[in-house]
Design a protein around this ligand. Sequence first.
Ligand code: N2P
Length: 390
Amino acid sequence: MVRAGKEDPELNMLVGPPDRPVGRRSFLQVAGMLAAAGVAGYVGGTVAGTGDDDRPATPAAGPLTVGNRRDERVLNIYNWSDYIDDRTIPLFQALTNLRVNYDVYSSNEDLLARMRSGPTDYDIIVPTNNFIPTYMKLDLIEPLRQDLMPNLTNLDKEFVETDYDPGNRYTVPWQWGTTGIGFNRKRAGDEVDSWAAVFEPSSAMGGHVTLLREVTDLIGCALIYLGRSPNSIDDADLADVVKLVRSIKPKLKGFTTDTYIDELAASETWLAQGWSGDVFQAQDQNEDVSYVIPKEGSLRFVDVMAVPKGAPHPGNAARFMNYVLHPKVQARISSYVSYGTPVSLAKPLLPPDQTKDPAIYPPADTKLSILTLTGQKLQKWQAAYDEIVK
Ligand code: N2P
């Protein structure tokens, strides 16, 4: 049972109508809003990765959080764009008197490149599960302070007993989702049900189709469309993927991971390869937008929080992860971003139209693969991707 009422009065303030997500462009507005609201210790949208944030925080009453390398009441988070509502961070700051700097990125490749380029000040990053073996191999993440996370017991079993991190020693799930097609029913029709819609678009759709600027989704879904294994590294399969996607480039509006929500909402894009929750965020603004998991099958992913090796504030990172595992916090995030929650205790707090929606919580017989990125796959797929977009 979810605890409520007098038992956790501080977290009761987390229950309320969702507002809007923190997107790529809305971040500075939100930063201004938080500062205007007088949120404890908040000084604005500093860019943690550039080292602009290493001045000492304002001393606060009470002991500093244990487990940090730097004695600061600061937490630097680097997450995907459009992946949080605008109250989760202010309430965490109010509850903990920690100052949060929140930056966003829009692809796993961008994040990995940033992490490989040298130390940053980030305390939490949120790669996709299939990248975790790569982060481990490159020694880019460190074990979590599980002793500071009693709420780990809230996680559903399937997010604990994983192949990429059994027992959550390095990662805690944020949200999960699927890759599919967002489409405008008035422009593309009601009948979109195949990857053909985006990988072999009709001329009438020319200039209004986007594909994901993300190696795993682009290559994996094209392989599925071609009837090959979504985990293929066969040279002939990858050559066919390159040939297919290059051949349709003149009909594409482009490759994007962070503009298609707005473009679908504005009816500028009519067909977008996209992630489930992102498309639902577009649907909230434009009722002509729908989401489909194509009949050929698709991909399922879990985005997971991790602590970069040597991060300045791993204790504060653990406190935030523990907070995110609270059912009420999960419900607030999930209800806003329309992705799946890894905490079933949050489901009774979510709108029933979300928990019953098979596009958000697909039935077990939906053809969904979880990609692995072992061996040479990432390099081979990256090479195919580069060949496509060059
Ligand atoms: C959030 C997209 C995250 C899903 N906008 C990609 N793993």
